[in-house]
Design a protein around this ligand. Structure first.
Ligand code: AMP
Length: 268
């Protein structure tokens, strides 16, 4: 991809795992707004799936994805083979010092996940060498991890976190939503409802009380909750009480049947 650089202009990069929806297309639009060339990769990264069944069941629709990307004006679609990303298989993979980000919330429930994210991101960024990188705030902790990777490895790229695109009823768009049956899909809105509840009540109540009611909403919708947390936006350490000024985020991960959904909302 070096030729792209020598021709001048800026390149924007949107890494994805395919099964594309409006959220992904929003990242493409954000890239097109500031870059002369937009590159989108589709690679379902085995290294970031701690559960092999989740990897196998991950939805795939490459032909349709390519059409969507073309329609959105993507200049290059990059579909690397696993050997291109992992030339040595799973041997000698780099380990990155992610501090507590590696062990809290998603890190706690998906051991090894963020090392896998960093391994694929480092390789993709080495290959694509973009000026701008676009990722979704929907995966809030992933945004923090990738920003940390960029800092650790001194990668010359500008990071952009793009706001979450939602369905009209509030459910965050996700490739995994395709696996919900109609009943589960109806119940799934409890996640964004719980996050909204936290955002609306945290100033007037203590965090434990707000979290208890938010969790009850998830229980009532048959969710099996991995975590529900109110945390500092910069490092995801839990917050007990909130003055409304400190940057804070509420985050949820929960199973509807065997489909694991995550979402978050900034509270300020
Ligand atoms: P994925 O294909 O799920 O790995 O997602 C690829 C990129 O799209 C990641 O940076 C995600 O955070 C982002 N993304 C996923 N869902 C949404 C959404 N609903 N709104 C905005 N960005 C999203």
């Amino acid at each position: 991809m070096e030729g792209l650089k020598t021709r001048g202009g800026t390149t924007g990069f949107v890494p994805t795992m395919g099964a594309l929806h409006d959220g992904h297309i929003q990242l493409i639009k954000a890239s097109k707004a500031v870059s002369s060339i937009t590159i989108c990769s589709i690679f379902v990264n085995p290294a970031q799936f701690n559960d092999p069944r989740d990897f196998e069941k991950y939805p795939k629709s490459t032909e349709k994805d390519i059409q969507l990307l073309e329609r959105a004006g993507t200049d290059i679609v990059f579909l690397p083979a696993p050997e291109e990303i992992y030339p040595n298989g799973n041997k000698n993979l780099e380990k990155y010092d992610l501090g507590s980000l590696e062990t809290i919330l998603e890190g706690r429930y998906r051991p090894g996940h963020f090392q896998g994210v960093c391994q694929v991101m480092k390789r993709l960024l080495d290959i694509v060498q973009p000026d701008h990188l676009f990722m979704g705030q929907k995966d809030y902790q992933q945004c923090l991890v990738v920003q940390r990777l960029i800092g650790l490895m001194h990668i010359p790229v500008t990071f952009h976190a793009i706001a979450t695109i939602r369905e009209p009823d509030g459910l965050a768009q996700s490739s995994r939503n395709r696996r919900l049956n109609p009943d589960q899909r109806k119940h799934a809105i409890a996640i964004s409802q719980s996050l909204n509840y936290i955002r609306e009540h945290l100033l007037y109540d203590d965090a434990d009380a707000v979290l208890r009611i938010a969790r009850e909403k998830l229980d009532a919708a048959h969710f099996k909750t991995d975590y529900i947390s109110i945390a500092k936006a910069e490092d995801l350490q839990p917050i007990q009480s909130w003055n409304g000024k400190e940057k804070a985020v509420a985050l949820i991960a929960a199973f509807q049947g065997d489909v694991r959904l995550i979402d978050n909302m900034l509270l300020n």
